[in-house]
Design a protein around this ligand. Structure first.
Ligand SMILES: [Zn+2]
Length: 305
């Protein structure tokens, strides 16, 4: 972590993980707090923010696309291939990118236990934008508006599950169908037991992966990272007349989805409906004017290539 400290001053950590820093100002405090409080947890840096910082010096669509290929590569061999392609674009370009610890933003180094390979912080940004109007109100009004929004949202998301064609989430099915299309470009060799050698020609470099049907692993790591069979595993399953859809992780099943939204937020009547209390009213604290004008606009990257 120390190797990356010079970069922290210009890094938008408050946007990366919106947690108040503890003890020290800015990103240094946040990094320290995250590693101390959540020492056992894997934590990543948002690839979109790394790109925003890195691309200030390295602009251009081709570099940008190469960056995303590096971040999304699921195994080290694929990452190295994309890093080599990036290196051809300019001397020193790779070194400058690798100053950001690759283990925190390259999928190739992510832990496979979570079945989640998200490399950006979009979900948090979207939620914050969704509650933006409420965030600038007083505390009770803010909490009340967020409560009502969440109450309605849980109902809508439960209804959404009724529109699913399969018992698997539509986004997982899209990944599955993409992998299925990619599997058409794979060739397979079987060792006679439960391990398969699958050659994938869908990239600019031909990679040969080993699929182990007993351990349910593939050396591309995509199957373990996502919990959705990769193109290579699908090739092996078709070879053995197995239905790959049965191997999609239970995290994407409708029953799991509905379990997440099984608790409802109960409606609350407004203040006029409350019974009158005989206790003395609680006085508000004295108003203290904070320095500066409150921010209303979301901060975005200054430049988007
Ligand atoms: Zn694979």
């Amino acid at each position: 972590m120390e190797n990356h400290l010079p970069l922290l001053n210009d890094f938008k950590f408050n946007e990366l993980i919106e947690v108040p820093s503890v003890g020290q100002a800015g990103g240094m405090g946040l990094l320290k707090a995250v590693s101390e409080v959540l020492s056992e947890s894997e934590h990543g840096w948002c690839a979109r923010h790394i790109l925003a910082n890195w691309s200030k010096d390295w602009r251009g669509l081709e570099r940008r696309n190469n960056f995303w290929s590096c971040a999304r590569a699921s195994c080290v061999a694929e990452l190295n291939f994309h890093l080599d392609s990036l290196n051809m674009l300019r001397n020193g370009i790779c070194e400058s990118l690798l100053r950001y610890n690759k283990e925190t933003w390259c999928r190739a180094y992510f832990n496979c236990d979570m079945k989640c390979d998200i490399i950006d912080n979009n979900i948090c940004k979207t939620f914050n934008a969704w509650i933006l109007a409420a965030r600038h109100k007083t505390i009770i009004t803010m909490l009340e508006e967020i409560r009502v929004k969440m109450m309605e949202r849980i109902g809508k998301l439960r209804e959404f599950a009724d529109t699913w064609i399969y018992d698997i989430s539509p986004i997982a099915m899209k990944v599955y169908h993409d992998n299925m299309a990619q599997s058409m470009r794979c060739t397979i060799k079987w060792n006679g037991e439960y391990v398969y050698e699958v050659e994938d020609t869908s990239l600019r470099v031909v990679l040969k992966h080993c699929v182990n049907m007993q351990a349910q692993t593939c050396t591309c790591r995509s199957w373990m990272l996502k919990g959705i069979p990769c193109a290579h595993a699908i090739t092996a399953m078709h070879f053995k007349n197995l239905n790959p859809i049965n191997y999609i992780s239970h995290w994407y099943h409708k029953s799991t989805y509905l379990k997440a939204y099984s608790t409802f937020i109960q409606p609350v009547s407004n203040m006029q409906m409350w019974t009158t209390s005989t206790n003395p009213p609680i006085e508000p604290p004295p108003i203290k004017k904070m320095p500066g004008r409150p921010k209303k606009k979301r901060r975005r990257e200054e430049r988007r290539n």
